[in-house]
Write a protein that binds this ligand. Structure first.
Ligand code: SAH
Length: 338
C-alpha cells in the first residue's frame, strides 16, 4: 500500500480520475492532510463513504517515528526511526526571520566527502518521498508552529535521490499542501552535474546551493571524490547553464578547512573562478568531528578569506554557526546515533 504523503497533488488527481471521480477531490484530501492535519480518512467529512473506503484500501497514512529530540539554543535535532528500522536526522533552526528545517534525503550517503560525518555511513537506501515530507509534518506538530523554510542539507545527496526529492518539493510547495514558498526551499548538491542540468529545466523556482569547497581540481579532488567524476570545469559549466536558464542566483557553499582550502591563494582562485557570475558565497565554519583529520580555520583566517573575496567584489557571507553543542551542525548528522 502506498503512503499518501508521497503523493503530489497531480498524482492524487490522477488517482481520483483513475477511479472515476472528480479531480478536485484531491484538493479536498490535501486540505485535510496539510491544512487541517487530520490523518484519519474516516474524518474526511466532505468525502463520500464509498470513496473513503477506497482511500482506506489504497493508501496508508503511517508515520515514521520521532524517537529522540535534542534541544539546544535556537536549534533542535530530531532523530527519526523509519518503518524498516533505519534512522535519520533532521534539524530545526530558529532564525530571526522564521523557522527553518534541514531534512535528510537518504539513509547514509555515497558521496564520501572526506570532511563530512554523514558520509562515513555508506548509503543504505534512498528515502521515500513520504519519509521526507513526514520529517516536516512531525516537526511542525512537535513545535506546534509553521515551518517557513526548508533546506535539503541533512544526511544524503539530494540529487542522488532526484525523483523523490522533486516530488517532496512539489508537495511542500503546493498552495494546497504545506504552501512553503519556493524561494524558501533550497536544494544543496555536491555537484552531480547531469542532475543540475535536469534541475535547470524544471518549472520550480527553488534555490540551488552548490557545495564547492575548493576552487581548483587539486583541492576538490583531495576532499570530494565526486570531483573525479564531474570535474570543476564541468560543474562550473552546469552552474552557468542553470543561471542562464533560470536567471536565479546560486549559493556557493565553501566549508573552511584549516590549511586545506583557506589560504589567500585559495580565496584569489575562488574569486577568479566566480568572477561576474550571479552567485553568492556562503563561507561555512567547519564543524570538527571526532573521527576526522580536518580542523577548522581560525576566525582570522576566515576573516582574511572573506576580505579577499569582498575586495574582489564577490558577494559573500559567513554562515552563522548552529547546533554544534548538540551535534546538529552541518556535517555532524549521521544515520546512527552516537
Ligand atoms: N550532499 C549535499 C547535501 C548536504 S548539505 C551537499 O553536499 O551539498 C550539507 C553541507 O554541509 C554541505 O555543504 C557539506 O559540504 C557541509 N558540511 C559537511 N560536513 C561539514 C562539517 N563538518 N562542517 C561544516 N560543514 C560541513
Amino acid at each position: 500500500m502506498n503512503n499518501i504523503f508521497g503523493y503530489t497533488l497531480e498524482d492524487l488527481e490522477e488517482y481520483f480520475t483513475s477511479i472515476g471521480e472528480k479531480k478536485y477531490k484531491a484538493i479536498q484530501v490535501y486540505d485535510w492532510l496539510y491544512k487541517k492535519s487530520i490523518y484519519n480518512f474516516d474524518e474526511f467529512s466532505n468525502i463520500k463513504k464509498d470513496i473513503i473506503t477506497k482511500l482506506k484500501n489504497d493508501f496508508t497514512t503511517e508515520f515514521i517515528k520521532m524517537e529522540k529530540v535534542l534541544e539546544g539554543t535556537d536549534v533542535k535535532k530530531f532523530l527519526f526511526r523509519l518503518l524498516d528500522g533505519e534512522k535519520i536526522e533532521a534539524v530545526l533552526m530558529e532564525h530571526n526571520y522564521g523557522l527553518s528545517v534541514c531534512v535528510s534525503s537518504q539513509v547514509g550517503c555515497n558521496m564520501g566527502c572526506k570532511f563530512c560525518e554523514s558520509g562515513r555511513l555508506k548509503k543504505v537506501r534512498n528515502l521515500e518521498t513520504y519519509e521526507i515530507v513526514e520529517q516536516i509534518l512531525l516537526i511542525q506538530k512537535y513545535i506546534n508552529k509553521r515551518i517557513n523554510s526548508v533546506v535539503l542539507m541533512g544526511i544524503g545527496e539530494p540529487f542522488d535521490n532526484y525523483a523523490n526529492i522533486i516530488k517532496f518539493i512539489r508537495i511542500i510547495n503546493n498552495a494546497h499542501g504545506l504552501a512553503i514558498g519556493s524561494r524558501h526551499i533550497t536544494v544543496s548538491t555536491c555537484g552531480l552535474v547531469p542532475k543540475i542540468y535536469e534541475f535547470s529545466d524544471l518549472d520550480l523556482q527553488v534555490n540551488l546551493a552548490i557545495s564547492l569547497h575548493g576552487a581548483t581540481d587539486a583541492v576538490r579532488n583531495r576532499i570530494m571524490p565526486v570531483n573525479k567524476v564531474y570535474s570543476l570545469d564541468t560543474l562550473m559549466g552546469a552552474i552557468r547553464d542553470y543561471i542562464a536558464k533560470t536567471n536565479r542566483r546560486v549559493t556557493i557553499e565553501y566549508v573552511m578547512l584549516n590549511m586545506v582550502n583557506d589560504k589567500a591563494e585559495d580565496a584569489i582562485a575562488l574569486a577568479e573562478l566566480l568572477k561576474g557570475m550571479n552567485i553568492y558565497v556562503n563561507l561555512i565554519p567547519y564543524n570538527e568531528t571526532k573521527n576526522i583529520e580536518f580542523s577548522k580555520s581560525s576566525k582570522e583566517r576566515i576573516t582574511n578569506f572573506y576580505n579577499i573575496l569582498v575586495s574582489k567584489k564577490i558577494n559573500v557571507t559567513i554562515r552563522r554557526e548552529f547546533g554544534g553543542a548538540i551535534k546538529a551542525a552541518c556535517g555532524q548528522l549521521r544515520s546512527e546515533s552516537d
